[in-house]
Design a protein around this ligand. Sequence first.
Ligand code: ADP
Ligand code: MG
Length: 704
Amino acid sequence: MSETVATPQVTELFGCMVFDDATMKAKLPKETYRLLQRTTKNGKHLDLAVANVVANAMKDWAIEKGATHFTHWFQPMTGITAEKHDSFISPLEDGRVIMEFSGKELVQGEPDASSFPSGGLRATFEARGYTAWDPTSYAFIKENTLCIPTAFCSYSGDALDKKTPLLRSMETIGKQAMRVLKCFGNDDVTSVRTTVGAEQEYFLVDRALFDRRRDLIYTGRTLFGAKPPKGQELDDHYFGSIKPRVAAFMRELDEELWKLGILAKTEHNEAAPAQHELAPIFSTTNLATDHNQLTMEIMQKVAKKHDMVCLLHEKPFEGVNGSGKHNNWSLSTNTGINLLEPGETPAENAQFLLFLTAVIRAVDEYQDLLRISVASAGNDHRLGAHEAPPAVVSMYLGDELMSILEAVEKDAAYDSKEKELLRVGVHILPKFPKDTTDRNRTSPFAFTGNKFEFRMLGSSASISDANVVLNTAVAQVLREFADILEGAENFEETLHELIRKTIRDHKRIIFNGNGYDEAWIREATEERGLLNLKTTPDALPYLLCEKNIKLFVENRVFSEAEIHARYEIMTENYCKVMNIEVLTMADMVRRQIIPAVSRYVRELAEAARAKRDVMDLVDLSMETDLIGRLSALNARAYTKVKTLDKLTDDLRHMVSLDEQAIAYRDSIIPAMEDLRYIVDEMETLTAEDVWPVPGYGELLFGVR
Ligand code: ADP
Ligand code: MG
C-alpha cells in the first residue's frame, strides 16, 4: 500500500533539479533542441546564437526552481569539485535589476583559479585558465545555484582537471571499439561508450564525538585509538538491520540524490561497524563520475543535518575495514549491446572473447598505471591490509570462463564430453553461470558476468583517474587488434589466433584464488613477475615510464607535459597529506595526550598519598605500578614526538618532492606507527574521563 503511494512521488522527484533531455525538449524551441542534440551526441560545435537560446531557457527554468545564482562546476586536480557562484542579476538604468544569463556565460567561464594545482602547467601570469561547458553532462540545481558541468583548461589548452582527460579517454576507446565492431560487421552501431557504476563505501560517526578529535577534523582519519573490546569480528553489522538514525539519513540522501537525477539504488550496512555503502545504477562514465562527486558531497551535507559526520577516508580506523569504491565498468553500444556480455551466437561469442581478452591484455600491460590511478596516502593504509585487495593487480575470471580461455589457448576441447575443439567464431561458448557463488571479494579486478569490477579505488578518490587509465589502456589494445583485423585475409583464422596469442601472452595476470593470501603475493611477484607497488611513492615513478607516456600521448589523452604535471601534483599531494598528519599527531600528543596522562599520574599519586597519609594503608602496589608504567610510556611518547619533530625538520632541507615522499615512507610513517603504539597502550591504562579524545568504542558504536 505504502509503495503504491510512494511510487508517483519518487518518479516526480527524480531528476526534478536537472535540466535533462526531457526538460530540454519541453523548454527549448524545436530547432534549438535539435542543434543542441547534435552537439551532445556528435560533438558538433555549438553556435553562440544557439547557446544564447539554451542559456535563456536554462535560466528561466532555474529561476522557476528557486535558483538565483549560476556556477561553472568543475573538477580540478585536487580531486574534489569547485564552483564560483555568480548571480543572474544584471542592473538596469533605472536602478532595478533583471535576471540574465548569456550563451557566452553558459559556454565558457573564467574562474580566478590560480590557486588550483596545475603542476607547473600554468604560469602565474596567465593563471586564470577557463572552464568550458560539457554539454554531455546535464546542468543541475544545487542549493539555489544552477551548476553547469564544465571542463577546466589553461589558455594553451592543457587539461587542468579530471574531466578533460576522462572525456578524451572515452573518445579514444569509443573510436577504437568502433573499428573492432566494424570488423565484425556491426554496421548499425554508430558509437560505443564506457559505462560505470561506482559503489561508494563510507562511515558515519556522531558529530559531537567527531568534533572532539582533531585528527578526524584535520586528516579524516584517527591517528590513534586503542582497539575496542568489540570490533567487526562477529560480522553482525554486514547487511544488518539499519539503525533508525542511519535509516533517516539514507532516506534523505536518496531523495536528494534522486532530485539530481542520480540513480541511487542500494543502501546497506558494510562489514565494519558504522560502515555503509551506496550503489547507484550504472551510467555513462563521465556522468557516473559527476554523480559520484555529487554523491560524496551530498552524503557529507546530509550527514551533518542528522548530527553525524560522513567519513570518506580510506582508512578512518585501524583494525577495522577501510572504505573503497568499486568501479564497475563495461562497454556499451548506442544500440544497447553490452560488449562484455557473452552472446548467443558464435559471432557474438567471438566478439565477446575479443573484448574480454583486450581487457586482460590491457590490465596486464598497464598494471602499473592501474595501481597509480588508485594511489594516495589514504589508500596506502587500505590496500593489502587484509580486508581490501592487495597492491598487486590481478584479474579474477572465475573457473568456468578460465577453462574456456584455456581450451581456446590450447586448441583443446572445453570439457571431456565435447569431442570438438573450441573454435572462436565457429562455436557457441558453453554456457557458464554468472559468477554468483564465489564473488571472490579478494580480487582487485574481477569479471562479474557482464562487466569488470575494479576494487582498488579508495573511497575518497575521484573515479576519473581509474577510468582514464582503464579506457586508454583498453583503447590502445583495441587499436592494435583493429590494425590486425582490418588487414586480415582470413578474418576467422586471424581472430582465433589473435585471441589465442593474447591469452597465452597475458594469462599471468589472471588469478582465481585468494588475493589476500601471502603465498599469492610471493607467486605473483617471484614467479609471474607482477608488480607489487605497496605505497604511493613506490608506484608514482612508473607514471613516467616510456611505455606509459607513449600510451597517453598516442591516444591523445595526455600530452607529455600534462603527465609530468600530474606526476608532480600526485607527489606533492602525498607529501602535503603526510605533513598534515605528522603535524596533527605531534600536536595532539604534545598538547593533549601527554598532559592528560600527566594529570592522571598526578591523580594516582594523590590517591596513593591519601591512602598512606589519611588511611594508613600500605598496599600502594596498584598506584605505583600504574604510575610507573604510565610515566615510562609518557616519557617515551615525549621522546618520539621529538624524533618526529626532528624528522619533519629534516624534510625542509630536501629540495625535491620525490626525496620528501620517500622520507615520509621510510622514516616518518614508521616513527608515527611507533608513537601510535605507545599512545594506544597509554589509552588502555588511563581513566576514560581523563583521556582527551573519544575512543574507538564510542566512535564506532556511538550512532544508535
Ligand atoms: P552486486 O555487485 O551487488 O551483485 P550488480 O552486479 O547488479 O550488484 O551491480 C553492481 C554495480 O555494477 C551497480 O552499480 C550496477 O549498476 C553496476 N553495473 C551493472 N551493470 C553494469 C554495466 N554494464 N556497466 C557498468 N556498471 C554496471
Ligand atoms: Mg560490488
